[in-house]
Design a protein around this ligand. Sequence first.
Ligand SMILES: [Zn+2]
Length: 127
Amino acid sequence: MEYIVLMSKSLTCHCKKVKLEVELGESLKNLIKCNCSICIRRGAVMAIVKSENIRLIKGKEILKTYQFHTKVAKHFFCSNCGIYTHHYQRRNPKMVGINVACLEGKEEINFKQYKVLDGQNHPLDKK
Ligand SMILES: [Zn+2]
């Protein structure tokens, strides 16, 4: 019999005005960075979770959205401290990338082990 591993954690920006609750499941085993124009600038190590597994607890009023190019992806950051917390992906808007450095308790996160997504050659940009 298999059990789904439930691992719920808080995710906060630096000033802690923004707080989310994330059901991580196995997502920390597949960390990524991305080389697209925005990800390469912010440099965050990310995990990917389903949108139903992330919930905003507080900070709705100061959480800002940034969009560019096709404006499908939604990038969220705290307008007080500037920290990127999460984003709804362009390749699948039902999936959410989270900034794992914002998770409370980082013991089981290996920041040196991640795959690099080739966002510079995004599949949705190919003609
Ligand atoms: Zn903040």
